[in-house]
Design a protein around this ligand. Sequence first.
Ligand code: IMP
Ligand code: MG
Length: 174
Amino acid sequence: MAEHVRVLKSEEEVDARIKAMGEQISRDYAGKQIHLICVLKGGSFFMCELAKRITCDVSLDFMSVSSYGSETKSSGVVKIVKDLDESIQDKNVLVVEDIVDSGRTLSYLMEMLRDRKPASLKLCTLLDKPSRRVVDVNVDYTGFAIPDEFVVGYGLDYDQRYRNLPYIGVISFD
Ligand code: IMP
Ligand code: MG
């Protein structure tokens, strides 16, 4: 079966949007230090680009999670594969994700992080598929709302491939 990738958001569009998000975040957090938490692996490309566009003081940490349940349907119970290196207590935490789909992973993760008593906790995602939402998640910053199609690139994978594409594409098979 051949795989095809069609461009959904070009490299220029993605870069311009991330720049604008960085400016917005810099205004909203003016004078504060932001602690970015990257959800591995998908969020890593976005976080690096976003961090470069933020003019406030920034610190970074990484977390890796996997959801219990089948490959295609996340159960909403999240296993921490790699926890944060540092405490987030009293920090202005901004979680950086690649995509919010059903919302199961993020709603669980945000609850768990809230229990650790950050000064503030917000969520920033490059992509959002609102039509797929099963669990309510409050998204503070969204790059692009997209239709219900399987996307790859800019950190997003299909079977661990395509993360390195500099644009966001829709994958199809024939
Ligand atoms: P959910 O919001 O708990 O359903 O899960 C979101 C996760 O599913 C994301 O972090 C991605 O890893 C994965 N995911 C959802 N939609 C896509 C897609 O279109 N392409 C690649 N990964 C996706
Ligand atoms: Mg992911």
